[in-house]
Design a protein around this ligand. Structure first.
Ligand code: TYD
Length: 210
């Protein structure tokens, strides 16, 4: 997938359970709109009708074969890109997306044992050259995040995975950010929400508007 006119910017929010991605997504979209940017908030898995149907399969009952599960995430992602994200970016809209391909590397890769090689091949197939312009990794010790996530009730299949799984997911996100410092930045999600938003806006100004 390629982008012909790159007027919009593609910002992804990543991190473990209960790290505050949804809160940040709402606040960041509001702040960007106040700066005069047209903004679309979206999420994965989901963000397009077919992708939302796949989300139901993924968050419902498993188990899935790990490669099949990753393929479902990428099928949903491709549908989301084709129907929602790319058309928005092409018409100059900034897209703030709650989770993207890094979540598959962290959850299905580090969490469930999918190899990096398979993940890269799926990225090539489903994304082509498209990558986020900025990825904000919200970092929080899993025990704090899981407390927040479980207090919301109705834990999904991933939220029910054990502590060791969530520790591997956290480490994987930090490793992804360390490997691609130009695209990614880590935010301390233990701070108050306003401070997290302030850091995020600072990064947007510095990296995307400079
Ligand atoms: P959601 O309720 O949206 O959780 P959160 O608020 O933490 O984003 O459910 C999405 C779940 O799907 C979440 O537990 C992480 C998981 N997930 C993957 O395992 N792989 C992926 O590629 C994506 C996008 C999400």
């Amino acid at each position: 997938m390629t982008r012909t006119t790159a007027k919009g910017r593609f910002i992804t929010l990543e991190g473990g359970e209960g790290a505050g991605k949804t809160t940040l997504s709402r606040a960041l979209a509001g702040a960007l709109a106040a700066r005069g940017r047209p903004v679309l908030r979206t999420r994965e898995p989901g963000g397009a009708p077919g992708a939302e149907a796949i989300r139901g399969l993924l968050l419902g009952r498993g188990p899935w074969d790990p490669v099949a599960e990753a393929m479902l995430h990428f099928a949903a992602r491709r549908e989301h890109l084709a129907r929602t994200v790319l058309p928005a970016l092409e018409s100059g809209i900034w897209v703030v997306c709650d989770r993207f391909a890094d979540s598959t590397l962290a959850y299905q890769g580090a969490g469930q044992g999918l190899s990096r090689d398979v993940w890269e091949r799926l990225c090539d197939l489903a994304l082509g050259a498209l990558r986020p312009d900025l990825t904000l990794v919200l970092d929080l010790p899993p025990e704090r995040g899981m407390g927040r996530a479980l207090s919301r009730g109705d834990a999904n299949r991933y939220e029910q995975a054990g502590d060791a799984f969530h520790a591997r997911v956290r480490a994987a996100f930090l490793e992804i950010a360390a490997r691609e410092p130009g695209r990614c930045a880590v935010l301390d999600a233990g701070q108050p929400a306003e401070a997290v938003l302030g850091s995020a806006l600072g990064l947007v100004t510095e990296r995307l508007e400079g």
